[in-house]
Design a protein around this ligand. Structure first.
Ligand code: FAD
Length: 386
């Protein structure tokens, strides 16, 4: 086992995707997460999978945690940027003597590991842990805010797809889709055209994420994310970054790669970190600033691996971290007001103001990159169409 101060312990890091292109199209990234879950069931290593999928027609929420059988796994793919609880499903599995793999973002996996220490029954049930790399969680209003922008108001929202892949586009250039009650086709728009859709702005981020220092899910057997590295984003199919901490899983990957079921690429630990550079900056330097700010404001803060330090970064970057925290809070207040008044413009107008403030704090290099992004996307569409 290797040790890395940002990735935790790991046996290996690599990138890859499922070799069947039609399958990958229905996944968020390279499809390796859902592929591994199926494999674990097929090989009899677990009896079932606990993950987040569509909540069903009668439910108030759009997504929820539940047990998926192998046949259901294919329809429970993609990333659900949506706050859910695993309290109900963990209660449910206690009584049946089965073994499960749990999928979740880092804080859910850490919480489940902690529960296993306290509750021997849960420890017998949860035998594998799969983490999704996480920039931050989103409250349920995030889905509603995007859906409303494509013409589906919250009370009419039936389903969303946060990651609709486009042919001949960068893997980071994806669409958002929302299904209106009574309609059969999703209304779709490029994520880059929707306000609040930029992950760097931290809209609808719960306050708890401001104190998180685990980007990759260090307590999981294996972690999957997007390989946000230029050499992979140019492939529209999507590519996973993978951080493994389990030799048995490593063997499963090696066998499947030999059989050409999946395609793997060597990636160093440093490249894995680079693929999540923004996330690590926000959770380490940003965390140091947030802890220092809260202490200065007379608040109590949790003990983290990062020490409070208001000078962890220069003043401009510190203010950028602060503006993200402000957007996380203000976006939720603005959207609440918009719903109350039945007027999306209340949210859009207020958020625009906050984003302009944020963009003024960005470095010259980032501002240039942002200004040139539409040109870059356009040129890539031409290149990939050839
Ligand atoms: C809130 C959130 C934030 C993320 N932030 C980042 C990030 O900053 N950087 C990055 O590289 N990747 C991030 N990811 C992970 C990324 O979006 C993909 O989920 C990941 O790369 C796996 O893609 P895949 O194609 O292998 O998965 P798929 O083959 O599409 O399968 C996804 C599996 O994950 C399960 N799942 C989806 N959402 C959830 C959820 N919320 N809780 C539990 N299970 C779930 C599905 O049920 C399915 O089994 C984030 C994911 C989430 C949910």
């Amino acid at each position: 086992m290797h040790k890395h101060k940002l990735l935790g312990n790991f046996t290996q890091t690599f990138a890859g995707r499922v070799s069947n292109d039609a399958y990958v199209l229905g996944s968020s990234s390279g499809g390796l997460t859902s592929w591994l879950l199926s494999k674990l069931v097929q090989l009899g290593i677990v009896d079932g999978v606990i993950n987040v999928g569509a909540a069903g027609e009668d439910a108030q929420e759009i997504f929820r945690y539940s047990v998926a059988t192998e046949s259901e796994l294919r329809n429970r793919r993609k990333s659900q940027y949506y706050a859910t609880t695993m309290a109900d499903v963990l209660e449910l599995i206690k009584d049946e003597p089965k073994r499960y793999v749990l999928v979740g973002v880092p804080c859910y996996i850490k919480a489940a590991r902690a529960m296993c220490k306290e509750d021997p029954k849960i420890a017998q049930r949860l035998v594998f842990f799969v983490a999704l790399v996480c920039g931050h969680m989103k409250t349920q209003a995030y889905a509603e805010s995007l859906a409303w922008q494509v013409g589906v108001p919250p009370h009419d929202l039936e389903a969303v797809d946060f990651r609709v892949k486009g042919k001949g586009r960068l893997s980071s250039d994806y669409d958002f889709g929302a299904l209106k009650r009574g309609e059969t086709e999703m209304r779709v728009a490029p994520m880059s055209t929707l306000q609040g859709g930029n992950w760097g702005h931290n809209t609808f981020q719960p306050e708890a994420c401001n104190f998180c220092d685990d980007v990759v899910g260090e307590t999981a057997d294996i972690s999957f994310g997007d390989a946000w590295l230029a050499k992979f984003t140019s492939d529209p199919r999507g590519t996973n970054i993978v951080i493994s901490r389990n030799r048995r899983i490593d063997e499963i990957f090696a066998c499947a790669a030999d059989a050409n079921e999946i395609t793997l690429h060597e990636v160093s630990a440093d490249e894995a970190v680079a693929s999540q550079a923004g996330g690590f900056r926000h959770r380490r330097d940003g965390l140091a600033v947030r802890l220092a700010d809260d202490i200065a404001a007379g608040l109590s803060v949790p003990v983290k691996r990062v020490s409070p330090n208001v000078n962890a970064v220069d003043k401009q970057r510190a203010n950028l971290f602060r503006q993200r925290r402000r957007i996380a809070k203000v976006s939720q207040e603005l959207f609440y007001d918009a719903v109350l008044h039945g007027d999306l413009r209340v949210y859009l107008k207020g958020l625009k103001r906050e984003i302009v403030r944020y963009e003024r704090l960005e470095s010259f290099r980032v501002r240039m990159r942002r200004a040139l992004r539409p040109v870059k996307l356009f040129l890539n569409r031409i290149r990939l169409a050839k």
